[in-house]
Design a protein around this ligand. Structure first.
Ligand code: ADP
Ligand code: MG
Length: 615
């Protein structure tokens, strides 16, 4: 019988091993960034073309490699990080396996230029699919530049398996953020398709978090600190009101490397209990320093999951440190959901909100003379809301409430309406619309009084206007004399850019001169300039936290986000003309009675109700 066992050729063995380390472009990004940091770089530049499919390049100012080391670095199990047999445990504790460069070179075309500090000349090395194409002395900058082109060029099946550019870019941004957040002392730049997405100057943890996620994070962070024999813990949690329904900003770092750990995540969630709505996830950036002997990083090939010897103790420490931090910064006692009722939706906003079914007395028209004491709706338009059925019940039993206002467009009704609304014109002289507590517009109708919640009313007006524009595909835009410049971080910028078509339809005209800056040249007719930053900021936040709604019902989600922080606010003084305008706009709405969360906008107090009170 002939022999059947043969050794796999080296390049095949390398390709198989590569599969473990290099799953997608972001794996290359992670390995190369970590190598630059290990090499002591203080300045690292990541350059990406086509979601890493055509180019992933990293340029650092680290210690560089000698001519011989440059070649050695690409051998499997070549690492400069373990020298003595005693250091062998480091294979497990630090995850140095000397595999990354060999694996990357097995599945891509790699060009490296490297020069150690103090040397006059550097080395240029080109490897394609594990084969050295050339190695020569060259002129180059101190430090190392590694360009990885055409990933998986020699394994078409793997290349086809890559996801869309959007998905791969998201993974790359994540990998970049993990490393950048773990190493705030290092300056990072990230250029994507020739546009600078991030430029992160060196600083402390707080500054790094703010430069990655935006300046507004600065005031959202609550510091956490606890040093024990088991772990030195520090970092931040986000104030409870910034908890999100979708997971995202949950970062644990152990010995300066990002890790995932659902058990420890639970420890933080536990500390937030009763401070956030159930189902929401607290956001955190927690950095742990732990004796490397007491962890095992090699349970996962890409090293984002690690095992702790003292897992239970670390759980308890994290939980109590976070609780303590929230307590010390007075987060817990001052939190009162009732006070924030304007911003906290009654409904889970990930649920599709269908137009409520309203049941009213068809004969009841607040604009018509009607003093029938037996009117079925005692509080007029006050109503009860049933979240389970998403419907409203007004006490009456018909559904043609629209007729109240629709018919009012007919001339005859118009007279009726304006006869009543004449109080309005009178208002200007004798003020029959008036504001109560700077929150409600009170006005007289023939059958009593109505109180309009000014903030909700105006948001409803805006919401419906945005929906209309999005459905009609056209919007007027007001050109700004002086464009508004906004600064966003790279990830958020990508997000706005992705929404550009929709924003354009709404009347925004935005230019993107750089990766962190956008220029707003035109805005929708009904926005004011000062609202633009608020609206875009909110939109970015909402897209991140309500991604599902944006996917499933983009028109509603977009209109909801854009309208949620603009317009007339509670507490704002309105003059007669503004009150009149608001009332007119509100009653032109499809659904003037409730806001998108189902909360009342209008409450009526009927004359009959007043009568009762005088009995
Ligand atoms: P490991 O990081 O586990 O040692 P790698 O395959 O990632 O294995 O790297 C192999 C070796 O190449 C490293 O140990 C280091 O000596 C060298 N090296 C890699 N990248 C750089 C860099 N950017 N600057 C200097 N040396 C580097
Ligand atoms: Mg490495």
């Amino acid at each position: 019988m002939s022999d059947i066992i043969s050794l796999l050729p080296d390049h095949v063995a390398n390709q198989i091993a590569a599969g473990e380390v290099v799953q997608r472009p972001s794996s290359v990004v992670k390995e190369l960034l970590e190598n630059s940091i290990d090499a002591g770089a203080t300045d690292v530049h990541l350059i990406i073309q086509d979601a890493g499919k055509s180019l992933i390049q990293i340029v650092d100012n680290g210690k560089g490699m000698s001519y011989a080391d440059a070649r050695m670095a690409f051998e499997r199990h070549a690492t400069s990080k373990i020298k003595l047999a005693d250091d062998l445990f480091n294979l497990h504790t630090m995850g140095f396996r000397g595999e990354a460069l060999a694996s990357i070179a097995a599945v891509a075309q790699v060009e490296m230029k490297t020069r150690p500090h103090g040397e006059e000349l550097g080395t240029e090395l080109r490897i394609e699919g594990s084969k050295v194409v050339h190695q020569k002395v060259c002129q180059c900058a101190e430090g190392t530049s590694i360009a990885v082109s055409n990933l998986f060029f020699n394994i078409p099946a793997r290349r086809q398996f890559l996801k869309s550019d959007n998905v791969e870019n998201r993974h790359i941004i994540d990998a970049f953020e993990y490393v950048a957040l773990a190493n705030p002392g290092i300056t990072f730049r990230f250029t994507q398709n020739n546009v600078e997405l991030f430029h992160l100057p060196s600083g402390n943890y707080r500054q790094r978090i703010a430069s990655v996620f935006g300046k507004k994070y600065n005031e959202r962070l609550v510091p956490v600190e606890e040093v024990t024999g088991v772990v030195a813990l520090n970092g931040f949690v986000l104030k409870p009101e910034f908890a999100r329904k979708t997971r995202g900003e949950q970062f644990f770092f152990v010995n300066d490397r990002f890790i995932k750990n659902s058990y420890l995540h639970h420890a933080v969630s536990h500390a937030f209990e009763h401070l956030i709505k159930s189902g929401d996830h607290p956001a955190y950036f927690l950095y742990m320093q732990i004796d490397p002997k007491r962890i095992d990083v090699n349970i996962h090939p890409t090293k984002t999951e690690i095992k702790f010897d003292d897992e239970k103790a670390i759980y308890a420490i994290i939980r109590s440190a976070v609780k303590h931090a929230l307590g010390q910064f007075n987060i817990a006692p001052t939190l009162d959901f009732n006070q924030n009722v304007e911003d906290i939706p009654v409904l889970d906003p990930t649920r599709r909100i269908v137009p409520p079914t309203i049941q009213v007395d068809p004969n009841f028209n607040p604009f018509l003379e009607d003093d029938t004491p037996s009117k079925p709706v005692s509080g007029g338009i006050s109503k009860s809301y049933s979240p389970s059925s998403n419907s409203f019940s007004l006490g009456g039993d018909t559904t043609n409430w629209q007729s109240l206002y629709r018919e009012s467009e007919e001339p005859v009704e118009q007279i009726q309406v304006s006869a009543d609304w004449n109080t309005t014109t009178e208002t200007k002289s004798n003020g029959t619309h008036f504001q109560l507590d700077n929150r409600f517009v009170i006005t007289k109708v023939k059958s009593g009084l109505i109180a309009i919640h000014q903030q909700r009313a105006h948001r409803r007006v805006h919401y419906e206007r945005f929906v209309r524009i999005l459905n009609d595909h056209h919007a007027a835009s007001q050109q700004l004399l002086f464009p508004i410049t906004l600064h966003l971080n790279g990830g958020d910028m990508e997000l706005v850019r992705g929404l550009n078509d929709t924003l354009h339809r709404l009347g925004f005209e935005i230019e993107y001169p750089s990766g962190q800056q956008l220029l707003v040249q035109g805005i929708p007719m009904h926005l004011t300039e000062s609202e633009v930053p608020i609206v875009l900021d909110q939109l970015v936040d909402d897209v991140k936290s309500d991604a599902d709604v944006f996917r499933n019902d983009p028109t509603h989600a977009m209109a909801k986000s854009l309208s949620s922080h603009i317009g007339i606010k509670s507490g704002q003084v309105l003059n007669a003309e503004e009150m009149q305008h608001l009332i007119d706009e509100l009653f032109a709405c499809e659904m003037p009675y409730t806001d998108i969360f189902g909360r009342p906008i209008i409450v009526q107090i009927g004359v009959d109700e007043l009568d009762k009170k005088f009995k």
